[in-house]
Design a protein around this ligand. Structure first.
Ligand SMILES: [Zn+2]
Length: 478
């Protein structure tokens, strides 16, 4: 397709420019071959499948230098800065991976089972998505990590021409039967214990020092997850960026338990690094896979800082900011962690939920953000717009032949009407979910693109204040 070819050509040219620029600043020799390599890794073979990615060498371990983070511009310190001495860690940059580059800050759509529900990867590319995240636990259950390994890894398996992430499986395993909410930022104002841990429900997962034993929700069979098992699965899934296996806690756990859990997560993190190193050397001929350590510690500043220092002391390629955080502390938490981390490691915030959370996380150092809500909400008829979220299935839309959002440039809004999407969703036609998801994913991808441009050009605060004022003007803050 023409648009894709143009984008690839641009990306190749940009990659050459940036790598040359990086060589100038870092003192490393410029790689004269970079344009050719970048162009060829993006090309498709005659069979229509992706060519082998960068840094995969027959008989040799993956080339780690193919993964790196290059920082461009950064927000200036100010009196309101939440880091040391008013530092603000918000920045733009590029994460280089064997399957291509991610310009940051970037939104990472969630393709749980190596698929966006109802939307092809080609469409995700067209709407501007740079990378996708899949869940290790789901792929372990079905079809099994061996199938993806055989296919040449997650990206090739799903015909996604770009970088991929997998989570560790820890969240899904530990939340089995416990009813955890999959958001990082929780509004705990009216929350009771039962909202987080569903009492009376059969607990399907049990944690011990070595790992977690759980019962499969698919067929009831018993399984075991540990640092080594998660690494083995994620290496076979073959994503560019993987996460260390961590213990998930909730805001309802006691301080004592949180301390205990942070220490256990550190011990698991060390084991993940060891196993990752072993597998990288054993699995020759594969591209390098980067490993991010995950910082837990709930709402406690001292625990978050300690966890960040511990993760920083290990040989990780990046950091994941995980666990539950009270919504009002989300920016502070990112800043505490950034205070303790080397700047050259990219930072991923796991499981973001809302537009204001994204701004808080970007301002305080988040580089990438995954979120299930654009797709999940879209399937239910909730449409994200610059003026807040609305439900397409409200009566007024039945005869409304305007786009989902006036001025939106997504495929759905330039080709279809509210009335049509409303009809499809009511009639349970699959295309309804497809069209709503395309719009919602485009909304978040573009939001992060706009934020990135605003940091580079020096108007982040204006964009933040204006966007949040419009988005929450109808009182949709929640
Ligand atoms: Zn749209």
């Amino acid at each position: 397709m023409n648009t894709t070819a143009a984008t690839n050509a641009d990306a190749a040219a940009d990659a050459r420019h940036l790598q040359t620029a990086a060589a100038d600043h870092s003192g490393h020799p410029a790689d004269n071959d970079s344009t050719i390599r970048t162009a060829s890794h993006l090309a498709h073979s005659a069979s229509g499948l992706l060519e082998h990615p960068r840094g995969a060498r027959p008989g040799l371990p993956g080339d780690r230098s193919e993964f790196s983070f290059e920082q461009h511009s950064r927000l200036e310190s100010c009196a309101q800065g939440k880091g040391h001495d008013g530092a603000r860690y918000g920045r733009t940059g590029i994460i280089h991976t064997p399957h291509g580059d991610i310009r940051t800050p970037a939104f990472v759509p969630v393709a749980t089972q190596s698929a966006m529900k109802g939307v092809l990867p080609e469409t995700m590319k067209d709407l501007g998505a740079q990378c996708l995240l899949s869940n290790a636990f789901h792929l372990f259950e079905r079809p099994g990590e061996e199938v993806l390994d055989e296919a040449g890894g997650l990206a090739r398996f799903m015909n996604w021409d770009g970088p991929t992430f997998t989570d560790s499986g820890g969240f899904q395993v530990l939340s089995l039967g416990a009813g955890f909410k999959k958001t990082l930022a929780m509004d705990v104002t009216d929350m009771k214990n039962d909202d987080v841990i569903a009492e009376g429900k059969e607990r399907l997962a049990f944690v011990d020092e070595d790992g977690v034993t759980f019962k499969s929700p698919l067929n009831g069979s018993r399984h075991r997850f540990s640092a080594e098992i998660s690494m083995g699965i994620q290496h076979k899934l073959g994503a560019d960026i993987m996460f260390a296996f961590d213990e998930l806690t909730t805001l309802m756990n006691t301080r004592g338990y949180q301390e205990h859990s942070v220490e256990r997560t550190f011990r698991w993190a060390r084991r993940c690094v060891e196993e990752h190193r072993r597998l990288t050397h054993e699995r020759v001929g594969k591209p390098y896979q980067a490993l991010y350590g995950v910082v837990q510690g709930a709402n406690y500043e001292d625990l978050r800082r300690r966890a960040a220092r511990e993760i920083a002391s290990l040989d990780f390629d990046g950091v994941g900011i995980g666990g539950a955080i009270e919504k009002r502390l989300i920016g502070d938490t990112c800043a505490w962690i950034c205070d303790e981390m080397p700047e050259n490691r990219p930072r991923h915030v796991l499981g973001i939920a809302e537009v204001d959370d994204i701004f808080a996380c970007v301002e305080n150092g988040g580089d990438t953000f995954d979120c299930v809500s654009p797709a999940r909400c879209g399937r239910n008829g909730a449409i994200f717009t610059r003026h807040g979220r609305y439900n397409i299935k409200r009566a007024a839309n039945k005869h409304d032949f305007n786009p989902l959002e006036e001025g939106c440039e997504c495929y759905t809004c330039t080709h279809y009407t509210r009335a049509y999407v409303d009809h499809l969703l009511r009639a349970h036609e699959m295309n309804g979910a497809t069209l709503a998801t395309i719009h919602n994913e485009h909304f978040f991808v573009k939001l992060l693109d706009d934020i990135r441009a605003s940091i580079d050009a020096g108007y982040f605060e204006e964009l933040r204040d204006e966007t949040l004022a419009h988005y929450y003007e109808n009182g949709l803050m929640k």
